[in-house]
Design a protein around this ligand. Structure first.
Ligand code: SF4
Ligand code: SF4
Ligand code: SF4
Length: 182
């Protein structure tokens, strides 16, 4: 059955545990950063940062709000990037989970066309020209484990499971949140 993430931003505290867990599981290096006058760190997704907690400040009804969003590939049901690639050895959809997987063969494709096709600005090009992004922790999920970012989240903001169950859960949470914040 297709799997899905449900990210409940209302309970995300921006602890960045998911961001670090992703790097740990994938064995990806930390990035050199500088203080840009905000908590955003690193600045953006990259070839070695597949998960990023985005932080922004917004004025809503005369009050300043600090908003957090853990960003990663959405594993689209009909992925525009897969269509743009047109090469099943480079980008394919795992039948069992629905995960959209990039392989090293992406280096033989037009990387910019694939990057441009993603409505969420997710894929990133590496030094060898290949593309990288979140793979749904397919190695863990295929072995009955949760994705590393979900496993580590202490607040329940990151959730993962069968698509229908996640969708029902998201709708129930939305109804609850709307009662407090119509
Ligand atoms: Fe938010 Fe959970 Fe990630 Fe912490 S681990 S930043 S609470 S989604
Ligand atoms: Fe990283 Fe795995 Fe979470 Fe994707 S599912 S963001 S690869 S930890
Ligand atoms: Fe969808 Fe973009 Fe992820 Fe491709 S890279 S599956 S288009 S979110």
């Amino acid at each position: 059955m297709a799997k899905a993430f449900f990210i409940d931003t209302t309970v995300c505290t921006a602890c960045r545990g998911c961001q670090v867990a992703c790097k740990q599981w994938k064995g990806l290096p930390a990035e050199k950063t500088v203080n840009r006058g905000s908590f955003q760190n690193p600045e953006d997704l990259s070839f070695t940062t597949l998960k990023l907690v985005r932080m922004s400040e917004a004025e809503i009804e005369n009050k300043l709000h600090w908003l957090f969003f853990p960003d990663q590939c959405r594993h689209c049901i009909e992925p525009p990037c897969l269509e743009a690639a047109g090469e099943p050895k480079a980008i394919y959809k795992d039948k069992a989970t629905g995960a959209v997987i990039y392989t090293k063969v992406t280096k033989d494709l037009d990387a910019d066309a694939i990057i441009d096709s993603c409505p969420y600005n997710i894929p990133r090009k590496g030094p060898d020209g290949s593309l990288a992004k979140c793979d749904m922790c397919i190695d863990r999920v295929s072995n009955g484990k949760l994705p590393a970012c979900v496993q580590t989240c202490p607040t329940g903001a990151m959730n993962f499971g069968d698509y229908k169950e996640m969708r029902m859960w998201a709708q129930a949470r939305l109804a609850e949140v709307r009662r407090r914040f119509p």
